[in-house]
Design a protein around this ligand. Structure first.
Ligand code: SAM
Length: 284
């Protein structure tokens, strides 16, 4: 029998393919098409509307960098909000920090949460049932517009800016995020692969600049977000968190009961060093 391949169709001119050992789930009648399959190289792979969301093989890179980096930079995060993140991996990493008192997950598609709880339990690893977790099923832009809650950290763990995720890259959403952050609060997000999605970096920079004291990007190499390193967006109400010394970050890291496979304090600082072509994308 010919082996089955799954082809991701994120770009018109380039595709990545996975050898599929077994398809585990397929649903095409909900808000988003959901497909889950098993692979020899990356473990279980979840796709939404044909785009890779998470693989059990390399999810640690993405989740660790978007959760631990802002938490160690801030130093005293107590309240966090994850927008998107229906697989539960971001909640899992955030809740490793004992200082977290409340973690709110705002996810547009309840089917993703239900499905990931059942078919990808290692990704959330109990985070959905943690007493500090609150799950709200609604559109992130509506939640942020209407809420008067304040968070020390907002992690936008969204799909790409096509389909339901598009609004999470709008200036209106960033403005509301700024309003919902505490004085030294930070918002981080997935901002695509600069080599292939450079416009996303430029637009995010321009749309955030009017609303935050410090706007920037840091990089991480996630194998299944193909096309080179990925840009992760950073915006904070104060320049202090990004300016923390590596000694301070190291002291916080060593004091926390958190083990990592990708994040280190040294990598944290280095991740903000941008190649020239990425610097050129965010020129004022
Ligand atoms: N790590 C992934 C990536 O970059 O490909 C993101 C994974 S996570 C599963 C993305 C989640 O964002 C999905 O569960 C999707 O339903 C959710 N999402 C998309 N648009 C949203 C919106 N407007 N409000 C809240 N959640 C949204």
């Amino acid at each position: 029998m010919t082996p089955a391949w799954y082809r991701e169709r994120l770009y018109d001119h380039w595709q990545q393919s996975f050898l599929v050992s077994r398809e585990l789930y397929r649903s095409t009648d909900g808000l988003q098409d959901i497909v889950l399959f098993e692979t020899p190289g990356f473990g279980r792979v979840l796709t939404l509307d044909g785009v890779i969301q998470v693989t059990t093989g390399d999810e640690f890179v993405y989740h660790e960098m978007l959760a631990h980096l802002p938490i160690y930079a801030h130093g005293a995060v107590r309240t966090a909000c994850v927008v998107g993140g229906g697989d539960g991996g971001m909640l899992r990493e955030i809740l490793k920090h004992p200082g977290i008192e409340q973690a709110v997950l705002v996810e547009i598609d309840g089917a993703v949460v239900d499905f990931c709880r059942e078919y990808l339990p290692s990704v959330s690893n109990g985070a959905f049932d943690d007493p500090r977790t609150e799950i709200i099923i609604t559109d992130g832009i509506e939640f942020m517009r209407a809420t008067d809650r304040k968070f020390d950290l907002i992690v936008v763990d969204s799909t790409d800016p096509i389909g339901p995720g598009e609004v999470l890259f709008s200036e209106a959403f960033y403005k509301d995020c700024a309003r919902c952050l505490t004085d030294e609060g930070i918002v981080v997000n997935q901002n695509g692969v600069p080599f292939l999605q450079g416009d996303e970096v430029t637009q995010t920079y321009r749309r955030r600049k009017p609303h935050f004291a410090d706007v920037g990007f840091f990089l991480a190499a996630v194998p299944t977000y193909v096309g080179g390193f990925m840009a992760l967006g950073w915006a904070s109400k104060s320049p202090r968190p990004r300016a923390e010394s590596v000694e301070t970050l190291r002291a916080r890291f060593l004091a926390a009961p958190v083990t990592t496979r990708y994040y280190t304090p040294e990598l944290h600082q280095a991740a903000f060093a941008l190649p020239k072509f990425v610097q050129d994308l965010i020129k004022d």
